[in-house]
Design a protein around this ligand. Structure first.
Ligand SMILES: O=C([O-])C(=O)C[C@H](O)[C@@H](O)C(=O)[O-]
Length: 308
């Protein structure tokens, strides 16, 4: 049973950093519950506003619906008493609705609707997809605007009008024009979170567009740095943000961009580099090469851990 109403959840999430934990796998790439619990307990020992289990960084797209239900249940058991746990609603509409039911039964506080797989989709279809998820649950629902799921300002407004439990808009595209339209039309009815790869890169400019928070993948392995970065963003301390971008974030995305899919792999690489291994990524992703991992470790050692 959720402890927050959808509006309470929105209020809690909008003013703090959001954690998107990796899903730990063992040597056979099966869910490693012990390692996952250990990772979550560490993640929740810092002041984050919410924890999104089996999101993008959590390789939700590589998990079966049964695995997603298990991962979410385990996250709620492990950290749900201290931080709200949100679950993915992924894939086709039937699967997303099933994820919503499982999440509610497992004690999650909210849902993130991930883009459906493969097919192109336009507004009426996307609206029907989100309608189905919102109607299937009393949990707060956030849509992830990315890839084949681009929600127009009007679609967002209609969904917000119809569903009290529709609470948030997460963006993974970064179109200033689109975000301006969505925010101008929907204002404070929703909260807005940045979800571009390595969201720190865009956090300060997106704050001006109404995005008061973001999903931090790097929070997985350098939580104190990520929280300090978020504080600098919210204080609009441009000098401190620029210093951290130059020192760590921009060299980090240079490594991330060496191979497609490294946006997730580099996070598991970061955990390996700081001695908190959560296993390999599942195909179609691939692990960092030895050289890329060594470069990442040197970067973390020199510019994050030294100054922590
Ligand atoms: O679902 C997810 O993991 C994401 O939103 C992607 C990342 O958290 C992204 O914001 C990042 O890489 O910082």
């Amino acid at each position: 049973m959720a402890q927050h109403t959808p509006q309470e959840l929105a209020n809690r999430l909008k003013d703090g950093l959001l954690s998107f934990p990796v899903t730990a796998f063992d040597a056979d790439l099966l869910f490693d519950e012990t390692a996952y619990r250990k990772h979550l307990a560490w993640q929740a020992s810092f002041p984050v506003a919410g924890l999104f289990a089996a999101g993008g960084t959590g390789e939700g797209f590589s998990l079966t619906p049964e695995e997603i239900a298990t991962v979410v249940r385990v996250a709620v058991e492990e950290v749900g008493s201290t931080v709200p746990v949100l679950a993915p609603a992924a894939g086709n509409t039937a699967q997303a609705v099933r994820n919503a039911h499982d999440a509610e039964a497992g004690g999650a506080e909210g849902l993130l609707v991930l883009p459906p797989y493969l097919t192109e989709a336009d507004q009426a279809g996307l609206e029907a997809h989100v309608d189905a998820v919102c109607s299937a649950t009393s949990l707060g629902v956030i849509v992830y605007n990315r890839a084949n799921a681009i929600y127009s300002a009007d679609t967002v407004a209609r969904l917000a009008e119809r569903h009290e439990n529709f609470i948030g808009f997460k963006d993974g595209v970064g179109s200033i024009e689109h975000l301006t339209k969505v925010f101008a039309k929907n204002g404070d009815r929703l909260f807005y979170l940045g979800g571009l790869p390595t969201a720190e890169t865009f956090a300060l400019p997106l704050l001006q567009l109404g995005m008061s928070t973001y999903s931090s993948a790097m929070y997985n392995f350098v939580p104190e740095f990520a929280l300090e970065f978020y504080r600098d963003v919210r204080a609009q301390d441009r000098a401190a943000v620029t210093d951290k971008l130059n020192r760590f974030v921009l060299p980090y995305i240079e490594i991330r961009d060496r191979v497609k899919g490294y946006g997730v792999s580099i996070v598991k690489g970061g955990l390996r580099a700081v001695g908190r291994d959560a296993g390999s990524v599942r195909p179609p992703l691939q692990d960092l090469t030895e050289q890329d991992l060594a470069d990442l470790k040197a970067l973390i050692d020199a510019h994050v851990l030294q100054s922590a």
